[in-house]
Design a protein around this ligand. Structure first.
Ligand code: NDP
Ligand code: ZN
Length: 354
């Protein structure tokens, strides 16, 4: 089916309107009219070829909320008119050990894909061998298992970022059992960071934001954090030694994490969801003296994402967002690059005219 989106044609060019074909729906596919799409820093990495394997032209976007406008004959989970959501992946084998335990993002077959999973963009359709195109567009065709149910009561104009920023922080918070009595720190108060704070607070943990300066202190406190620690303040960093059970690092540029390691308590974990830089030999000391761990984490599984959506609906948790028109995407990318704000841009797709 013919649709329209905004695509990048090279790492240097702005995103521009782009007409393209979505695959013909298969028996277990739904066709969605996209209503909203969040803007993730990963979209920017991908558009700018930061990971070195972007295939152009490409349509970014993996925080997608929309309405089902067509359902194939084998679709049992959704019906026409339902509000559904799609995150960072659109397919997996559903048969390997990882898929069976609900970690489709680590699917053994998905690992063979360019992105290491069958990405909403960056992925390759396993039947057609065509590149997947993301959510900065009017329509999406997706197999029913990868469309999440958006619970009633969740404001759909704000919910889209839960599909990536939300679940990417929810998954490590759950894996390392953030909750009452646990001290969680979040490095980088951007789109992922603000969700990590809101979710960790809702789970009952004590929460510290670690930011480059104290400029975002009011925002951090308003999100429910107990305090903000400026990483540029050496004295405050020293005083925070041995404080945290879990640190979630969302910084989108390569950086040395050695200064953060002593902040972990014994047996504490730093979960990297952003970019990590080279580790100097001196990083081994705080790791060894404290059995501290550096871990990674990739989005979350489908069941986990549904669990998050239901949790957010129950607790009325939504990201702080700024709604933009599709044609404002290039200005939004420029702002995201600076990392000055903590809110998530969400594109109102009704502004994209065919
Ligand atoms: P944002 O741009 O919204 O936020 C990043 C924050 O990091 C900024 O707000 C800023 O916070 C801090 N920061 C530190 N140094 C810099 C710098 N040089 N430039 C810009 N920001 C800086 O990004 P997102 O939250 O959308 O994404 C964060 C990272 O997580 C990205 O690398 C993204 O690709 C990755 N990601 C990973 C996923 C996974 O599954 N592992 C899924 C989704 C995203 P402050 O001002 O407080 O220091
Ligand atoms: Zn993302």
């Amino acid at each position: 089916m013919r649709t329209i989106g905004f695509a990048c044609t090279s790492a240097e060019e702005d995103l521009t309107p782009f007409h393209f074909d979505r695959r013909n729906p298969r028996a277990n596919d739904v066709v969605m009219e996209i209503l909203y799409c969040g803007v993730c820093h990963s979209d920017l990495h991908w558009a700018r070829n930061d990971w070195g394997h972007t295939a152009y032209p490409t349509v970014p976007g993996h925080e997608i909320v929309g309405r089902v406008i067509e359902a194939g004959p084998d679709v049992t989970r959704h019906k026409v008119g339902d509000i559904v959501a799609v995150g960072c992946m659109v397919d997996s084998c559903l048969e390997c050990d990882q898929c069976r335990k609900g970690d489709e993002q680590y699917c053994r077959e998905g690992k063979k894909q360019p992105l290491g999973m069958n990405g909403t963009y960056g992925g390759i359709d396993i039947f057609d061998n065509t590149p997947n195109m993301g959510g900065y567009s009017k329509h999406l065709v997706v197999r029913q298992e990868f469309a999440l149910k958006v619970p009633e009561g969740l404001d759909i104009a704000k919910a889209a970022p839960l599909l990536c920023a939300g679940v990417t922080t929810w998954s490590p918070l759950r894996t390392w059992q953030a909750g009452p009595g646990k001290h969680v720190a979040v490095i980088g108060l951007g789109g992922l960071g603000q969700m990590a704070v809101k979710l960790a607070v809702a789970l009952g943990a004590e929460v510290t934001v670690i930011s480059r300066s104290d400029k975002k202190k009011q925002e951090a406190l308003a999100l429910g954090a107990d305090r903000l620690l400026a990483s540029s303040n050496e004295k405050a960093m020293q005083e925070a030694a041995d404080s945290f059970d879990l640190i979630i690092d969302t910084v989108p540029v390569e950086h040395d994490i050695t200064p953060y390691l002593p902040l972990l308590d014994i047996d504490g974990t730093i979960a990297m969801v952003g970019q990590i830089g080279p580790l100097p030999p001196s990083s081994s000391l705080p790791l060894v003296y404290g059995r501290r761990r550096i871990a990674g984490s990739l989005i979350g599984g489908i069941r986990e994402t549904q669990e998050l959506l239901d949790f957010c609906a129950r607790k009325n948790i939504l990201p702080d967002t700024k709604t933009i028109a599709m044609q404002d995407i290039n200005a939004a990318f420029a702002e995201l690059q600076k990392g000055d704000s903590h809110y998530r841009f969400v594109i109102d797709m009704s502004t994209l005219k065919a």
